[in-house]
Design a protein around this ligand. Structure first.
Ligand code: GLV
Ligand code: GLV
Length: 322
């Protein structure tokens, strides 16, 4: 008998077809809404493989409902939506999609640096609103990227990919990471720096670390006060790393200069969030890895992890909790 799989969102057809060849597949067919929690709890009852996204919270309750479950395959590199410790305790393997989205996410991170520094979105709106009357010396002036200091917090794959881009733009690069990476320092010409010192020195601060409860609100009121008044904060990691209300006040009061955000404490962010009223914030709907090619590769790895495990083999990219 074919194994049973549940997919929590409409995925590309080629990947769906690949899975149906080998398993009995049920899928939440919608693209724009996540599967309701109650339905998810029912759907997992008889499955061996779960293909899910970061929009689903896979906690004890879900895992307990799924006694036959062998693998939870998350189509994302981050896995803070899954209780990995509990899953592993129940003998359930958890996998993610590292590697394939590194360059794409670094591209978007750099795009946010440029958009905030040069006020791209604000300037485009200015033109469309009909405010562009003439060229003038200090009109819509921003900050230079060339020669500026980038502080990368979290020197994993994406942090390193961002550092390579920043080198090409003539930036000085500082990084803070839980463990120092001597090889990377030599290879990329980046300098290790204590957390507080990075906050004080950097012109751009890029968050590229995984979310865990230990880094909840790592950047809050105290940290904003240590940053330069001209600092730009870029978050393409997870919303919970930044205290959004403290960020709002820091931006509003000129404690920092701008922020570029692809992730939020609550996603989608409420449209009446005060952050969205500020001109010096560029906000994106969590599209860091969203290139066609990369999203296809992510879906493919997520599918292959399920296929491997349900065939009795080893997962390709199991999640390791440090
Ligand atoms: C997206 O945020 C991911 O973790 O892949
Ligand atoms: C994620 O892929 C990272 O290690 O930065």
């Amino acid at each position: 008998m074919k194994p049973k799989i549940y997919i929590t969102r409409k995925i590309p057809e080629v990947i769906y077809d690949q899975l149906t060849e080998f398993a009995t597949v049920r899928m939440w067919e919608e693209e724009e809404t996540p599967v309701p929690r109650e339905l998810l709890l029912q759907e997992v009852r008889d499955i061996e493989g779960l293909f899910c996204l970061l929009t689903e919270t896979i906690d004890e309750e879900v895992i307990q409902q799924a006694p036959k479950l062998k693998i939870i395959s998350n189509m994302a590199v981050g896995f803070n939506n899954i209780d990995v410790t509990y899953a592993n305790k129940q003998g359930v393997i958890v996998t993610n999609t590292p590697g394939v989205l590194t360059e794409t996410t670094a591209d978007l991170t750099f795009a946010l640096m440029m958009a905030t520094a040069r006020r791209i979105v604000e300037a485009s709106d200015y033109l469309r609103k009909g405010d562009w009357k003439t060229w003038s010396p200090m009109q819509l002036t921003g900050r230079d990227i060339y020669g500026a200091t980038l502080g990368i917090i979290g020197m994993g794959r994406i942090g390193q990919a961002l550092a390579r881009r920043a080198k090409g733009f003539g930036m000085d690069i500082l990084y803070y990471n839980r463990s120092r990476k001597n090889e990377i320092e030599k290879k990329l010409g980046v300098e290790y720096c204590e957390f507080e010192s990075l906050l004080q020195q950097a012109d751009f601060i890029s968050l590229l670390l995984p979310y865990s409860p230990e880094v909840h609100h790592l950047i809050g009121e105290k940290e904003f006060k240590q940053m330069k008044k001209t600092a730009i904060l870029i978050n393409t990691a997870r919303g919970g790393i930044v205290d959004e209300s403290a960020l709002y006040h820091a931006l509003k009061n000129g404690e920092i200069w701008a922020a570029g955000l692809d992730v939020f404490e609550k996603e989608p962010i409420d449209l009446d969030s005060p952050l969205l009223s500020l001109p010096n914030v560029v906000t994106l709907p969590h599209i860091g890895s969203a290139s066609e090619a990369t999203r296809l590769k992510m879906a493919e790895i997520a599918a292959n992890n399920i296929i491997q495990v349900l065939k009795g083999g080893q997962p390709i990219t199991p999640v390791k909790i440090k």
